[in-house]
Write a protein of this length. Sequence first.
Length: 217
Amino acid sequence: MKKTAIILGATGLTGSILLDLLLKDTRYEKIKLFSRSSVDISNPKIEEHLIDLFELEKHKKDFQADEVFCCIGTTKAKTPDNETYRKIDYGIPFSAAKLCKEKNINTYIVISAMGANPDSKVFYNKTKGEMERDVIKQNIQNTFILQPGLISGERDEKRLGESIAKFFFNILNPIIPKKYRSISPETIAKSMVVIANQGFSHTRIENQIIKEIAKNA
């Protein structure tokens, strides 16, 4: 039986690659997209829901699928206000997890980050850690939290800090321990598809393990 998937964040760097993979994957017959803007792709598999993601729970009627992929995330450069930042990086993934539980969706895969820790004094790490903690509390049967390192690749908007970091990461990658090396969005997307269809032994999946999983795509 072919599956239906939901993607949150399909217009983003990793989400757009994930969408392309699922559109080509014969195991999926419908891809529901919940986002603020259209991906502008004409494909019979796609069902778009253009909504305010801060009000995701108002659209629970349409939130039905076999699997949910959450690729939502922002940066301090793009979202300097802490309250808005938290609404995006914590609020949306957590709301999606609650809907998965309510709608009996048994597979939820969400992108977090290396260093996520609810007790961290760093706002970014603390927010990601609290999101992970509260998503896990929903007790969704197949919950998988990816913790990638710095994500390489080009985004539409300019992020000077990230660009500088990526420049140095590219130079230093060969001598950096594998656990901390940068990772491509293609690798993350491929691993999400593998995990959704094959499962994995752990809930939290670290940077290097994501790369190993993607090799099976």
